[in-house]
Design a protein around this ligand. Structure first.
Ligand code: 1C4
Length: 437
């Protein structure tokens, strides 16, 4: 594939995601340590790009590293309990200063990284304000946590108003109480609460690691809420990521469509995660990512796009659109991100104990990822459920694939009578395989 074709196929792959995200709300939580230098400028460029595509963005920033730098410069000691800063009056001053400084840096970076041919001549407008109310964390294990707080409420209406006016909303990790005090909050906590309150489509955490890694350091590129809970319960989550994983699961269980956890230091990771099927880090959804379901009439164009090229190559038998319409109930489709990447049919015969696997196809760019195996498993289960004892597969090119999955070679004479007749008429001379259930 030459470079140009690579661009064309990448652009085509991105198009459904661009359409899907237009007008949707994205909450992006960014660790404070990523908000300087090249990482900040790259992020600002990507946020400008997303905004120009119609994505509504709420940016929640951290400021821990800036608070530490300010404390260090002043020779003040940082005190922690259970991983949380103990915020006394002195620390609170650093918290307020750091929040303002980081917000200023973000606003400046957003001004300087407007896409060259942006339709607007002025920078994307930003909005900040008292969107987060807080309450004190209190006294933990006998230790007064001072002005360290927890999120009480997000003023969703105020944030939505700013988004409706076209602004990118910036939320700093502080909140105010009804008694007029300011509290030091966690970025992750606010981002989760904001995504839930705003009914955001997506919550993205940009961190310093490549995504969610398990105890052995392996990246988990997709996780369902159940799998993430299992990681937390079994102690298989990386100790430093437990809290983050907890935020991510909470958000999807409370209605956010998906949480993504990405490396904010890798240039373009946000764009890759949002606009490619492969993604760039960890994507977490309430339900499993890939599902296989019964096909419906409206899936016919997608099924035809999968099978037509294979029919032209003689790998699959040709079936007309009328045939598909009349037999759609026998087809199953494999879906990921609302797109169809595979299909297969279970063809039944007059003999109630025999069936055939037909029209099995996985889209070329998705092969070798186990989708074919999943479709096969699905059909085996479907066959078992309706009392099939003998399952056939006929193939001109894929015999080994079935043989490696427990199918035995068989003779055309073993086929049910109507299929045997058809076999001899169509002259394809396909190999016959059988699986006894
Ligand atoms: N032979 C042997 N191994 C193969 C293979 C092949 N043709 N194609 C892939 N593999 C291996 C891969 O190398 C990989 O091996 P590895 O790396 O794990 O060691 C493994 O299989 C991948 O397995 P997977 O579960 O990830 O499988 P997918 O790639 O997701 O899907 C398909 C496997 C075969 C479905 C996919 O490659 C594909 O769509 N191929 C083109 C279409 C095709 O060959 N479909 C099978 C049709 S047989 C026809 C009909 O129209 O009804 C014809 C009937 C007739 O009369 O002739 C069928 C059933 O539909 N019949």
């Amino acid at each position: 594939m030459d470079a140009d074709n690579g661009f064309v196929s990448d652009f085509r792959e991105a198009a459904p995601y661009i359409n899907y995200l237009r007008g949707k709300t994205l909450v992006v939580g960014v660790s404070g340590s990523l908000l300087e230098g090249a990482a900040l400028n790259n992020l600002a460029a990507d946020l400008n790009l997303l905004a120009s595509l119609g994505v509504r963005i709420v940016l929640v920033h951290g400021s821990r590293s800036k608070i530490n730098a300010l404390a260090e410069a002043a020779g003040a000691e940082c005190r922690y309990h259970n991983g949380r800063r103990i915020t006394d009056e002195t620390a609170l001053n650093f918290v307020k200063q750091a929040a303002g400084m980081v917000r200023c840096d973000i606003e400046a970076a957003l001004c300087s990284s407007i896409p060259a041919a942006a339709p607007r001549s002025k920078p994307l407008s930003t909005a900040a304000g008292n969107f987060v109310s807080a309450r004190p964390l209190g006294i933990i294990d006998g230790i007064d946590m001072g002005y360290t707080g927890v999120v009480r409420k997000i003023d969703a209406e105020a944030v939505l108003n700013r988004l409706d006016s076209g602004a990118l909303v910036i939320i700093s990790p502080v909140g105010h109480s009804l008694s007029g005090k300011t509290f030091n909050l966690r970025m992750g906590d606010i981002a989760e609460a904001a995504a839930v309150a705003l009914k955001a489509e997506k919550l993205v955490y940009l961190i310093g690691q490549k995504g969610i890694i398990d105890a052995e350091g392996r990246l988990k590129s997709t996780l369902s809420a159940a799998e993430a809970r299992e990681m937390l319960d079994s102690g298989n989550a990386h100790p430093e990521q437990r809290r983050l994983l907890q935020y991510a699961v909470n958000a999807v269980e409370k209605g956010v469509e998906r949480t993504h956890i990405l490396n904010g230091l890798a240039d373009g990771s946000l764009i890759r995660e949002l606009f490619t099927r492969k993604g760039a880090g960890t994507s977490l959804a309430r339900d499993p990512f890939v599902s296989i379901r019964e096909a419906r009439s409206r899936d016919i164009p997608a099924i035809m796009a999968l099978v037509r090229p294979l029919e032209e190559q003689g790998i699959l038998r040709s079936r007309s659109r009328d045939y598909l319409e009349n037999h759609i109930h026998s087809f199953s489709v494999l879906e990921h991100d609302r797109n169809i990447y595979g299909c297969a049919a279970l063809k039944t015969f007059a003999d109630p104990e025999a069936a055939e696997i037909a029209s099995l196809a996985v889209s070329p760019q998705s092969r070798d990822g186990g989708y074919g195996e999943m479709l096969l498993e699905h059909l085996l289960q479907k066959a078992r459920n309706i009392g099939i004892k003998t399952l056939f597969a006929l193939s001109t090119h894929t015999g080994d694939w079935f043989a490696e999955r427990g199918f035995q070679t068989a003779s055309p004479d073993d086929l049910p009578e109507e299929r045997r007749r058809e076999y001899h008429e169509n002259g394809r001379n396909s190999l016959v395989f059988v699986y006894r259930l």
